[in-house]
Design a protein around this ligand. Sequence first.
Ligand code: 5AD
Ligand code: SF4
Length: 481
Amino acid sequence: MREVDRISLGEGDSAAAIAAVRAHSAAFATENGRPPRAFVLTFGCQQNVADSEKLSGMAKEMGYEIAESAEAAELILVNTCAIREHAEKRALSIVGQYKHLKEKNRDLIIGVCGCMVVQEHRREQLRKSYPYVDFILGTSVLHRLPELLAKKLSQKRRIFGGDEEYAIAENVPILRDSPYRAWVSIMYGCNNFCSYCIVPYVRGRERSRAPEDVIAEVRDLVARGYKDITLLGQNVNSYGKGESHGVDFAELLARLDAIEGDFVLRFMTSHPKDATRRLVDVMAAGKHIAHHFHLPLQSGSDTILKRMNRHYDRAAYLSILDYMREKMPDIAVTSDIIVGFPGETDADFEDTLSMLSRVRFDMIYSFIYSPRKGTPAAAMEDQIPKEVSGKRFDRLLALQEQIALDANEPLMGTEQRVLCDGLSKDDGMLSGRNGQNKIVFWEDDGTPAGEWATIKIDRVAPFALYGKKNQVKVRKSNGNF
Ligand code: 5AD
Ligand code: SF4
């Protein structure tokens, strides 16, 4: 049985490093009348959002305050994504803009973290072309931030080691962005090597946290009033594989569901080849588990699925989907679709459209294929021209918009229990999410963020539901309640 190294932050080298940086922060505060500030900028997926909450947590532990902007910070951490070229370009362009901040403040420390810097060619690029970047920190060594920072504060040299550890670090302080919505990583890495995907190369092999650590974290969150908890992993259905504790994902979910309290449990992401009927049964029987399944299809063509190395076909996908709908008729199913994978013919693309029509997803995230250096698909012949992918992408979006609208139509007139997220930016309405993770808008009635509300739906759109808060009739109390 493979055992993963388990590290506990705050012991040994990391404890000494935290103490050293704290002393530096205290000296800074004496000199400047305020503590130093850290700014953390996040690109990419929820896993990165969760990782950034750890970066902020560690910064706080070391005496930093959290800054609202890069301009106000003494430490900038850019947590990068490598999934598509666009994400990398945006991160590099932002890092480029920090050059002038460094010119104004020589003591500013800039670290580039996350998936992008695990790639050798990006590391080299940052080392050569971005001389004001002080250090890099890959995904599997984020918990080494205190040691790196302590080193950087005591020497001028840049730190570009790039050593990955692929251990599991517990007790890393987490500074959560929200007081009611929380992310809980349950496993790290991916073993699937889908032929287009960079993740297995930058996040390493699958490794799972111990069930008791996950359960303790969720229990603590519920006790502190968290109401919406999402379990995270690149492939949560692989949870526990290769570990000696024998708890698989369905079992972990069942144990978490047994925790008392008023909260919703979600999880992301699942691979169709590993989504089991037992997992569906646990969801259907659950008290807290949201009736939402994010199940990336990627393509509706069996030929393309093979070339993607996905290990399922249309029939297998539909089999687990139909089982889900049979057990939970109200379940929302969402998906990821890639358009323009190398060799995708018109007929393959039509297969994707026909799967969309058959499955009727509530929502999809759609992407134009982006070649990733070092992955098998990037070396495949017959890459699809941009114009062709672009046209297919537009057709996919148009079809999905109609499907999503049809899927929302039956919700007209229903009452939806939603967790309020506060005022939405554009239109001054309150917004929140229901169990199916659909966005619901209603007129501002003073419901605070983090409170439940029951909304009667009177309008549906492809990407949102609209309604009014159900007025609870207040009876004059006689003092007994
Ligand atoms: N190009 C486009 N989309 C990609 N994804 C992963 N790798 C690529 C790529 N090279 C998409 C997949 C995955 C989601 C997180 O990102 O659909 O499920
Ligand atoms: Fe990438 Fe496939 Fe792993 Fe998802 S399952 S992270 S798409 S390799």
